[in-house]
Design a protein around this ligand. Sequence first.
Ligand code: SF4
Length: 433
Amino acid sequence: MSSVNTAIQLITREQAASNLAAASTCSPALARGPWDYDLAEALAGAPAYGPGASAADVAPASSPRQGQLPEEYKLASDAELDVRIRAAKAALGDRAVVLGHFYQRDEVVEYADFVGDSFQLANAALTRPDAEAIIFCGVHFMAETADILSRPDQAVILPNLAAGCSMADMADIDSVTECWEQLAEVFGTEPDADGRVPVIPVTYMNSSAALKGFCGEHGGIVCTSSNAATVLEWAFERGQRVLFFPDQHLGRNTAKAMGVPLEQMPMWNPRKDLGGNDEQALLDSRVILWHGFCSVHKRFNVGQIEKARAEFPGVQVIVHPECPMEVVDAADSAGSTDFIKKAIAAATEPTVFAIGTEINMVNRLAAEYPQHTIFCLDPVICPCSTMYRIHPGYLAWVLEALVRGEVLNRITVDEDVAAPAKVALERMLAARP
Ligand code: SF4
């Protein structure tokens, strides 16, 4: 099976040749180098997520920008980049470790020493104590987490600084602090007779270091899509309710599966007073859901599942819990990237799987398990916009700089944020069943 990149290029070439308006990719711009978007941002004076699932989301003005990649890396052929990346990695040896997220393009993942989800990768880096540099081919919050967990002398590098995450950007420290203050006015701050505080903040791993630090400072905790239910149980033991950010869908899907009624899960819209709720709704709440979402997983819908079931009777539909509730309810199962991988690996008979998660991971699973039929529920190729910002050209650029002794694109989290963020991460590890 060809990579998502190759597929995008073939589709856009065919479209151009036949002058077709209808697209099988969500943007023909995906076929171009991400440096076009670094330049477009510079010219527009404003950041943007770039083509892909988050193209319509508005990037915060404070988003990190990537300067221009040197021409030699933009002009290099795939074969030349391959030779240069391999040579730089060989020269660096154990001094550098390359991490590749499941959602990253194959053309980058092939150079990764470890492939996994964000937390698996941050932990994988810890197994390479000799590495002076951790090159994180993922997005900004992942590099921050790796920096928090790594030694101070290890440099975490994000090959393209514009690789943010539209979901993580939907909750910022100022809006969450404002929400926290408003909630304190409604609930007070005193514990109940059982010693449970009015509200516990829970942040998804897909959030800025500042928000992880906020949770550490306010008796809260971090969760992943693998352990969200365990973490909510931890929080309910200590609090009367939970403030869950930034992903409303993971919060809702997890709490619903634990038996929390939907009417006790009000949504907090940071642009409205009291998040758009009346006081009673907040007082009656168990989980207050932040108004955030992943634009990759928001693309999945029940119609796609119905179509898959009609075309492939017996199909197993597995979706990620960042998908909307109706999609999770209509699927056969829902779980993290690790859950999806394990479910496919466990199938002993040839099976048809329709998967609701990012296309790069789905295509890689399809190639890895040719005995099964595995396809993405979304028929339109629409990768994560921010993962797309990493390209082999940027990887070659940062690796060759390391060989020269130069550290480019280092991501650092200040100690006053990193220390409480680590507390929240450690609580999560301790909460593990
Ligand atoms: S897939 Fe969604 S949550 Fe993950 S990095 Fe992309 S936008 Fe963020």
